[in-house]
Write a new protein. Sequence first.
Length: 428
Amino acid sequence: SSSLSRFDPQIAEAIADEVVRQQDHVELIASENYASPAVMEAQGTQLTNKYAEGYPGKRYYGGCEHVDVVERLAIERACALFSADYANVQPHSGAQANAAAFMALVSPGDTVLGMSLAHGGHLTHGAAPNFSGKHYHAVQYGLDEATGQIDYAEVERLANEHRPKLIVAGFSAYSQVVDWRRFRAIADSVGAWLLVDMAHVAGLVAAGLYPSPLPHAHVVTTTTHKTLRGPRGGLILSASGDEALYKKLNGAVFPGQQGGPLMHVIAAKAVAFREAMNQDFVRYQEQVIVNAKAMAGTFLERGYDVVSGGTEDHLFLVSLIRQGITGKDADAALGRSHITVNKNAVPGDPQSPFVTSGLRIGTPAVTTRGFDAEECERLAGWICDVLDVLARGEDTAAIEADVRQRVGELCTRHPVYPTPRQAAAVPA
Ligand code: PLP
């Protein structure tokens, strides 16, 4: 047994239980994925022991010669992957990357325009309880409720009315292609900076399957753990060529927002960027989109509403308003069926943000474990089976047990971290 299980059996057991949960449940949370063994190996190294405040070649601590190699490689690879000429690989998370970008671009009290949380934006895009809504004068845009698409005319109107210093584009729950160029034109028309948070689609962008915001935004932020499939963390990029801005961004991350960088995580980010340069990664992202379209199509066939009518990326929103089901109840029933999704507000939602009338469904994780389009269609059908019973107001215990059984078989066929023997046993 490992020293962890001997020294701390409670923690070791909770970790072991989580490994089993990840194997035995179908993961459809759009922001989750399974990092590769190489990424996890890099993250679980002695690099966690090292203080390295500052940047490669300009550290406040001695002994940084090896971590400098790691950080330089991570920066080089991030720039190559996204055709950027600036990368900061130190943000501990997506939220911290956004906090640093705000700090570099605007001052407290300035007006910022971002997408509302209820319409698919992130907390850090100006939501009231977040730093971005508390320290700045946040104005929020949203979707056109009829089409489920971003209401660019509203963005333009709000920009003209409020003259923001910063416009934030990007999302946590949007299934269509964002017109980055149009956002830049609106920003230019009022003299605002454009920050694009591509956290959800970074992997699709890296694979060339979703338009890159790099040619349009002054600054691009992302997480590294969603479609990009790296370790949990943040990243700031730019291709603006504005050296003064790059200096400000570096200063905003350290010493502005953070102390010592997590060098073990930066090593894992570098590994993930290298993985993302492979042709295998492009094929993976293609399958992510194929699987999302297959699932969305099944919901439509079964009579459920998909916001904006379908998907062009890795996720979609199912609106349950017509069925009168809450997102909260649907999420709970699917959880008991070993299918993990998240409740999500949808356009025109009559329910509170805690209850909602929608589900957000994403395919990055199931695609990593090898589900194909046919399996994704079947899976979507099982979800509809559970929702149908909920919609009739009947007891869901029997259908949940039935789906749990089918989910178990599918999960066994596709191990998350297959041993060599399991990998060989999976039929092609
Ligand atoms: N930006 C977007 C668009 C996100 O969806 C998220 C996370 O869900 C974040 C930022 C925040 O990332 P983190 O959870 O790493 O702080």
